[in-house]
Design a protein around this ligand. Structure first.
Ligand code: ASP
Length: 415
């Protein structure tokens, strides 16, 4: 009975803690193997993979299922409630400017700290490192692909940028059509209310979902984080932490007038979710919830956050900067100033094109490496521990979205 009164955020933290402990004791050859499984190294890990991970997958599947209707309906509802196309533009432009500026700052932080610490990178042997780069992405293609050729495929394939474009067109059209569109607007608003309830039900399972998502990851990756890679991971995490503590604190305190301590406390459940799921899109429902509770305006949050989960990836940008410097060092290349600028520009574009799903950032790292003429095979050096980078960068990604949403809310309300 008492348990029921615990706030969800506390349960989410407990989930993380239990998941981490379960993962740590299940590492290959660890406590569980040597006691319960009496010397059968790997048994505990297999058990986690076979029985616990699928439960985490169910949770992640449910989040993915709810995210397309939530993004579509909440953006349309957001636009309808702003009821003025000029207002939507003004919010849209502010949002994109915020997103671009914070990503730029993230890249500067990432590049500076990686350059400072690069002497500590033990040069890894690059022979045998092979990575099959996916189809090369370029900026024009990312933009062209944003525009759907039909209305169903983007929803079926969860192509978030296309879903956002559909939502923008429909939202604007409802405002322009006025009276005649009222029944359709009512339908969208009612469907939005229904899916918010569905989302709430799913979010209530997050503590269990988090235990099941995080424990196999810790058990599997724990032993890999040793040596030179530990330093690169450590540097990326220092970058993540600095960007959140400096950039976001200044933004929320200076523009949104929210106490940074209150901000981080309020957003913490979403951060835990992002850390466990490594998916910005999967974290979107909880992030919307937390950001509204922090005082974000409902209409703005439902417009700014879905956009951010798709295009604003400050953590991914930091990771790309750190890994590029690391890979360059391993290949004995000293990046010139113009190469560093190229990294900053391409990583900004790459982070926009990165989908908010686990592992997407690695694909885009290939684009950055190609732009500065580094061998794409270098990705193989960091691929094995990508999940560890990913958990941290997703936390930064979603925290940045929330900070921007609060700032845009404050600016629009002041107006
Ligand atoms: N997993 C990240 C996210 O969902 C994207 C990435 O791989 O960098 O935000």
């Amino acid at each position: 009975m008492k348990n029921k009164k615990l706030p969800l955020s506390v349960k989410i933290f407990a989930g993380l803690l239990i998941g981490v402990i379960l993962g740590l004791i299940s590492v290959e050859g660890g406590i569980l193997d040597s006691t319960i499984f009496t010397g059968n190294a790997g048994s505990a890990l297999n058990l986690l993979k076979e029985y616990i991970k699928p439960i985490g997958d169910i949770f992640l599947n449910l989040l993915k299922f709810v995210v397309v209707p939530i993004v579509l309906l909440s953006i349309i509802t957001g636009i309808i409630s702003l009821s003025d196309i000029k207002k939507v533009w003004s919010i849209g432009i502010k949002t994109i400017l915020f997103y671009l500026c914070t990503t730029f700052v993230a890249l500067v932080i990432g590049t500076i700290i990686a350059t400072i610490f690069k002497k500590g990178f033990v040069i890894l042997d690059t022979t045998g490192a092979e990575y099959q780069a996916k189809e090369a992405q370029n900026f024009i293609k990312v933009i062209a692909d944003m525009f759907p050729t039909n209305i169903v495929a983007p929803l079926l394939n969860a192509s978030m940028l296309q879903v956002i474009v559909i939502a923008l067109f429909v939202g604007f059209a409802i405002i322009i059509a006025g009276e005649k569109a009222q029944p359709f607007a009512n339908l969208v608003e009612s469907a939005n209310a229904v899916f918010i309830e569905v989302m709430d039900m799913i979010i209530h399972f997050s503590p269990i979902g988090i235990i099941c998502l995080i424990s196999p990851v810790i058990a599997e990756n724990g032993p890999k984080i040793i040596g030179s890679l530990a330093l690169v991971i450590g540097i990326a995490y220092v970058g993540y932490a600095l960007h959140m503590l400096i950039t976001y604190s200044i933004m929320v305190a200076g523009i949104a007038k929210v106490d940074p301590v209150k901000f981080f406390r309020g957003i913490a459940p979403a951060m835990v979710m992002a850390f466990s799921s490594a998916s910005s899109v999967g974290t979107l429902p909880l992030n919307i919830d937390c950001t509204k509770k922090l005082g974000g305006r409902k209409d703005i949050v439902s417009f700014v956050l879905p956009l951010g989960a798709t295009i604003n990836m400050d953590g991914t940008a930091i990771y790309q900067a750190v890994c590029t410097v690391f890979i360059a060092t391993c290949y004995g290349v000293n990046l010139s100033m113009s190469q560093i600028l190229t990294v900053i520009v391409t990583a900004t574009i790459a982070s926009i094109g990165t989908a908010g799903v686990p592992g997407a950032g690695v694909v885009m790292l290939a684009m950055v490496l190609q732009a500065v003429g580094l061998p794409v095979d270098g990705i193989a050096l960091v691929l094995g521990v990508d999940r560890i980078f990913d958990m941290g960068r997703t936390v930064v990604n979603i925290t940045g979205d929330s900070a921007c949403a609060l700032c845009v809310s404050a600016l629009e309300t002041k107006k």
